[in-house]
Design a protein around this ligand. Structure first.
Ligand SMILES: [Fe+2]
Length: 138
C-alpha cells in the first residue's frame, strides 16, 4: 500500500512574498490530498487531476513568481526560470506516459513522489532565494 509522507508548509519555505507563500501552501495541501486519495484507492482520475492542476500551476504560478523575482532583482531569477522549464518538460513526459499506458497505480505513485519531491526541493533551494532580496528593500 502507498504510504505518502504528509508535508507541511513551514517558515523555512518562506519567500518573503505572502501571495507566493500562500500559493506554495495550497500546492503542498493539494499534494497531501492527492497522496491520500492514491493511498485510499487509485483511480485514473488521480493522474488526470494532478496533470491538470500542475499545468495550471505551471502557467499561472510560475509566471507570477518569475515576475516577482525580476521585480526584486533576485540573482536566482534565471535559475528559477530554467528550473520551471524542466518542470514543464517533466509534465509533458508524464502526460505522454499517461496517454500511452492509460494510467496505473505505479504511474500515479511515481508522479506523486517525483513532483512532490521536486516542488519541496525547489521551494527550499530556489524560491527562498527571493527572501533576502525582498528583505533588503524593507
Ligand atoms: Fe520557482
Amino acid at each position: 500500500m502507498y504510504n505518502p509522507k504528509t508535508l507541511n508548509w513551514s517558515e523555512e519555505m518562506g519567500t518573503g512574498d505572502p501571495e507566493i507563500d500562500a500559493q506554495h501552501s495550497y500546492l503542498i495541501n493539494f499534494f497531501n490530498e492527492l497522496g491520500e486519495s492514491i493511498r485510499k484507492g487509485y483511480a485514473p482520475e488521480d493522474i488526470e487531476k494532478v496533470l491538470k492542476i500542475m499545468r495550471f500551476y505551471a502557467e499561472w504560478h510560475f509566471e507570477k513568481e518569475e515576475n516577482c523575482m525580476e521585480r526584486h532583482h533576485c540573482p536566482a531569477a534565471k535559475i528559477n526560470q530554467n528550473a520551471h522549464a524542466v518542470f514543464i518538460q517533466k509534465l509533458n513526459t508524464y502526460q505522454k506516459e499517461y496517454e500511452q499506458s492509460g494510467g496505473s497505480v505505479e504511474l500515479a505513485i511515481k508522479i506523486h513522489e517525483n513532483l512532490t519531491e521536486w516542488i519541496v526541493n525547489h521551494i527550499l533551494v530556489v524560491d527562498t532565494q527571493l527572501r533576502p532580496c525582498i528583505a533588503d528593500e524593507k
